[in-house]
Design a protein around this ligand. Structure first.
Ligand code: URA
Length: 195
């Protein structure tokens, strides 16, 4: 944990929690800012909070989050120890609909600020919405999950969203392969993730 980065993230969080830049603020119980270590070399980005996340104020704590944590554990990753997790939008879209482009546009500056502090080497996009916003707009997640992209020196990998894996358990082995690949890339490119 880097104390300067932690303090910077905390300052951004305080501002973010007051955000009323889009109408999603009206229905929220909590702003779901992000969780993890401030000097993470690997950052996971999801699409937006669901019901449980909105209640608890933390990303990926519902059923999809439990699956995500299991997959992370399998490759020695842990939100409390060596990664950071955030979402494209910080407030829950009603009935878990996809965040609208204008909501994403209003919210993405918060993610950019988090990114600028953490400066991860690897970004993992959880699902199509995050991958389309971060990697390329026309991403085909079913065909391109597990592939590596590079943008401004940062390695990016789109993976299947854990909620999609719950709907479609037959995709779990392929998703797990991607995590094993990620583990290899981390071993090659990161300095302290697996300390
Ligand atoms: N799905 C997401 O994309 N993000 C969360 O935080 C929870 C579920």
């Amino acid at each position: 944990m880097d104390e300067k980065k932690s303090a910077e993230l905390y300052e951004i969080e305080k501002e973010c929690k007051k955000c009323e830049k889009c109408s999603l603020c009206a229905g929220r119980h909590n702003v779901v800012y992000g969780i993890g270590v401030s000097d993470a070399e690997v950052m996971f980005i999801g699409e937006g909070p669901g019901e449980q996340e909105d209640i608890k104020g933390e990303p990926f704590v519902g059923k999809a989050g439990i699956l995500l944590d299991k997959m992370l554990t399998a490759v020695d990753l842990d939100r409390k120890k060596n990664i950071y997790i955030a979402n494209i939008v910080k407030c829950r879209p009603p009935r878990n609909r996809d965040p609208l482009p204008e909501e994403q546009e209003m919210c993405i500056p918060w993610l950019r600020k988090q990114f600028a502090v953490i400066r991860p080497k690897i970004v993992v996009c959880l699902g199509r919405i995050a991958a389309a916003r971060i990697i390329k707009t026309d991403i085909k997640i079913t065909a391109e999950h597990g592939k590596l992209f590079k943008k401004n020196g940062v390695i990016m990998m789109p993976v299947l969203h854990p909620a999609a894996l719950l709907r479609n358990p037959s995709s779990k082995p392929a998703a797990f392969e991607d995590f094993l690949r990620l583990q290899e890339i981390i071993k090659q490119k990161c300095e302290h993730t697996y300390d």
